[in-house]
Design a binder for this molecule. Sequence first.
Ligand code: SF4
Length: 475
Amino acid sequence: VVSKAVKNPATRIAEPEDGPVHHCGVAGAWSPVSANLPRSLFFMLFSLQHRGQESAGLAWTDPASGAIEHEKGLGMVRETLGSFLERDVPARAAIGHVRYSTAGGSGLRNAQPRVVECNKGRIALAHNGNISNSDALRAELAADGAIFQSSSDTELILHLMTRSRKSDPSEVVREAFSRLEGSYSVVMLWNDELWAIRDPDGFRPLYLATDGGLRLAASETCALLFDGPRPYREIAPGEAWSIGPSGERSFALGGRERSGARCAFELIYFARPDSEVFGRSVHEARTALGAALAEDDGVPGDVVVPVPDSGNIAAMGYARRSGIPFDFGLCRNHYAGRSFIMPDPAKRELAVRMKLMPVRSVVSGKRVVLVDDSLVRGTTSKIIVRLLREAGAREVHLRLSSPEIHEPCYYGIDIPTREELISNRMSPAEIAAEVGADSVRFLPLARLDECLGGKGGHCKACFDGRYPATRGEGN
Ligand code: SF4
C-alpha cells in the first residue's frame, strides 16, 4: 500500500515546523579485521543527529555467521542505539541511518536500514534522498507481483536489485540504479561488502574516509572525523564505490550528461557548520552568504542578532561586512528540542518562547538587524520579531541568508505547498508588515552560486523553479 501523503513532493512532516526539514543521514564502516564497528557507527550517527531525529538504526555483518544483524528504533540515537556504547559487537562491515519521520509514514515500518535476504544474497540498505519517479516504479513493480512492506524508497531500490538478471555486482548496481530519478546517497551492506552510491546529479552529500585499512562513509565529514582527523574525499556524483574481501572498486553509474545539482540548502541550513559538503566548508559558505546579504543593504542598525543556531554564522558574516556589531540577542534553550512542536497556533507562541528568549540588555533601545537562514511560512519570524520588540528593540530589520522560496522540493527536503509559502503571497514589504518588522530583505538569487562555491552546480529549484531532474507524478 502506497501512502500518497508521503510521496512527491518530498515527504511532509508535522505542520508547525516552520522551515525546510531534512530527512536522513547515512553512515557506513568497513574494516579488514573484525572490530567493534557498530560502536563507531553509533558515534557517526550521533554526529549526524541534526539530519534526522525520529528514528535511528544500525546493521552489521556478523563475521562468524555472515548474517546481517540489525537494530533500529524510534527516537534519538542516544535512546535507540545507546546500548552499543556498552557492547562489544565484532563486525567487518556496518551501516547506519538517522531519519526524520513523516506525516504519512508509519514510524518504525519505514525506519532504516532495511535488511533483506534475497536472490542476490544478504543486503542491508540505508538511503538519504527522495526517488522522484518512485510512484511509476512502484506501480510497475507491483504489476509484476512485487509486495511492498513499507512506503519507503529504500525497499524500491532493493526490489530493482533483485529483479536484475546480471550476476556481477557492479552490473546489478548499474542496472538497478539507472532506473532511479531524483536524489539518493546510499550506503549498503551486500554480504560482506560495504557500498556507497550517490546519484548522478549529486543532490545529497556523501563522503568517504580512508584510515589505513579502515573505510568510513557518511553524509557529512563531521561524522567521518568523530574520533580524530583522517583523510577523506567526496564520493562523486554518479559514483558507486565498494570494498570487500576481494578488494576495492569504484565506477560511474553512467547515464545522461549532468551539470551537477547539489542541494543549495545543505550549505545554507542543513549541514553542520564544521562539515565540508560538496567540497565546500559549510562555515565558509554561510559566512559568505551573510557578507553578500550585507552588501548594498545599508540598513541603519546598532546590533546584528542571529536567530540561533541556524542564523549564527550568516549573521557573523553580515556583521563583519557591514561593520555593525554582532551580539547574541536571542537565547536558545537547547533542551527544548522538538518537544514543543504544537499544532495549535495559539500555543505556538509559547512553544517558540520555550525555545527562544530575547536578551533585553542586548536589544533594548537598539535598531536590530535580525538574521535568519530562510523564510517559509513566516509564522515563527512573526513571533520572534514580537519578542524582540517586547524586550525593547527600537527597530527590527529581518534579513534572510537565502533567496525567497517559491517552490516545493522533490528531492528529499520537506517544504510546504506553494500556497503556504509566504513569498508566493507577499512582496518583501508586505512580509515586513505581516511579521511586524521594519524591513525585510532576502539574499539576491544571483549571488547564491558564488557564495556556495565548491565544485559543480547547485540545485536552486525551490527558489527559481528550475528542476534539474524528474519531479514525480505527471512530470
Ligand atoms: S529544490 Fe531546494 S531544497 Fe530541494 S534539492 Fe533543490 S535546492 Fe535543495
